[in-house]
Design a protein around this ligand. Structure first.
Ligand code: UD1
Ligand code: CA
Length: 461
């Protein structure tokens, strides 16, 4: 059986955070999510997570999909990657392949793990270590080999002498062990090192010393083994993940202004020649057509956007936007809104649970809530659907071709006939039944001549 142990109990002190390191997120998902998914995709039959103070949060997240082993953390308890793995021994059978992953190495690819497992089995190694050559070895374990190229030990950077420090081949922290060999070697390690920890790397030393075959599997893409120990590395990992996802969109014909600063969830579908600007976020089950332009800090979730739509700096949730619509800057489509073809909504327009018919326009400062707006309607600047009476949300209908003057209020529920012309500043409180009427409701304006001069606010010239 292939089993995976994911180490996730560490204190993560270098992260300088109150939150568990492995629960920090890159591209909206926790580090642990990436590691877990890679292990499952690589064919792991059972996953054991070593959890510490973060146990409740981790259990909450992964529920029954994994087995949890709690590592007690505190001065009176042993510490270290070797100790962490030893907690899982009761779950390991002698002939298991035990894949060990770190919860803080989220960039490892499933394909790499698959090849690694195949090679380990083919060579019948007792242990295999995934390694890479890197320039800056700070914080990694150095792979120390003898003159014949045989691995003899792994030395942590903190414990390394000058000669060992120069070795550029490092330990990724990813291993496969034969179950029996692992359990045996774990009984032989000690905490005789600069950190007083039980190092998992010493298991390799024990096996190599006893002339068991220990294999090193070198990978070229060092990005895959980037460990996230600090917030700087969190940022680096985030950039890499975003680029990985976004490059697959670009391969499929999407144009991106800056794929490092754009976040799109894998579940999103995007058509060819669509332009995605820097800073855009698109999530969930969103489907975007061809030749769409989405720019500014637009945010779109669970929505359908058809061809040739232009969206500038806007927020769209759970809505449908049909062909040739233009949105923004600074519009907000709240759930269950439908914009028909050629609609335009512009600056500071909010639409909620409403539909706007073909070619309808709301250019500025409008709120449309719980309303069915017909075709070719013009919603003037500052026109508002008063849909909430303090208790209930009420719905209204605005007929095709109507003109809703600036700063007018439509107090729901009302129905407004086609081709109605509502004068600016009018408050509509009842149905408009006849098509083509002018509706005007304003108090008369009074002019008091010379009032300013009599009040001596200004001298008459
Ligand atoms: C470890 C390796 C180092 C390797 C590096 C790769 C050891 C001794 N060193 O160092 O050779 O180059 O990874 O990234 O193994 N953890 C526990 N319980 C513990 C201690 C750690 O669960 O008692 C977990 C941490 O949460 C983390 C993982 O083990 O997910 C690795 O621990 P960390 O302290 O980050 O090890 P490194 O110092 O990075
Ligand atoms: Ca680490």
């Amino acid at each position: 059986m292939n089993i995976t142990i994911i180490l996730a109990a560490g204190e993560g002190t270098r992260m300088k955070s109150k939150k568990s390191k492995v629960l920090h997120t890159i591209a909206n998902r926790t580090l642990l999510d990436y590691v877990y998914d890679a292990s499952v995709e690589a064919g792991s039959d059972k996953t054991i997570m070593i959890v510490g103070k973060n146990k409740d949060d981790v259990k909450n997240k992964f529920k029954d999909s994994v087995i949890y082993k709690e590592q007690k953390i505190g001065e009176n308890f042993p510490y270290g990657t070797g100790y962490a793995v030893s907690i899982a021994c009761s779950e390991i059978n002698d002939d298991d392949n035990v894949l060990v992953l770190s919860g803080d190495c989220p960039l490892i690819k499933a394909d790499t793990l698959k090849s690694f497992l195949i090679k380990h089995n083919k060579l019948k190694a007792k242990a295999s270590v995934l390694t890479a050559f890197i320039d800056d070895t700070t914080g990694y374990g150095h792979i120390i080999k003898d003159e014949n190229g045989k691995l003899i030990k792994i030395v942590e950077d903190k414990d390394a002498n000058d000669y060992e420090k120069k070795v550029k081949e490092i330990n990724s922290g990813i291993y496969v062990f034969n179950g029996k060999a692992l359990k045996y070697a774990l009984t032989k390690i000690d905490n005789n090192n600069s950190q007083n920890e039980l190092y998992l790397t010493d298991v390799i030393k024990v096996l190599a010393y006893e002339n068991e075959f220990v294999y090193t599997y070198k990978i070229d893409d060092i990005q895959e083994i980037l460990g996230v120990n600090s917030k700087l590395q969190l940022f680096e990992a985030d950039r890499i993940i975003r680029y990985r996802i976004n490059s697959s969109y670009m391969k499929n014909g999407v144009i991106m202004e800056n794929p490092y600063n754009t976040f799109i969830e894998k579940s999103v579908k995007i058509g060819i020649d669509t332009f995605i600007g820097s800073g855009v976020k698109i999530l969930g089950n969103t489907i975007i057509g061809e030749n769409v332009s989405i720019t500014g800090d637009s945010f779109i979730v669970d929505s359908k956007i058809e061809d040739n739509v232009i969206i500038k700096s806007s927020y769209i949730e759970n809505s449908t936007v049909k062909k040739d619509v233009t949105i923004g800057p600074f519009s907000h489509l709240r759930p269950n809104s439908v914009l028909d073809e050629k609609v335009h909504i512009g600056n500071f327009v909010e639409v909620k649970n409403s539909s706007l018919g073909e070619n309808t326009k709301a250019g500025h400062l409008t709120y449309i809530g719980d309303c069915t707006v017909g075709k070719n309607v013009n919603m003037g600047c500052g026109s508002i659907l008063v849909n909430y009476d303090g208790k209930n949300k009420n719905t209204s209908k605005i007929g095709d071709g109507s003109f809703i003057g600036s700063n007018s209020n439509i107090v729901s529920p009302v129905e407004i006939a086609n081709d109605t012309f509502i004068a600016a500043g009018t408050t509509v409180v009842s149905d408009i039944k006849n098509e083509g009427s002018l509706i005007i409701g304003r108090s008369k304006v009074a002019e008091k001549e010379n009032w300013v001069y009599k009040k001596k606010l200004r001298i008459k010239k």
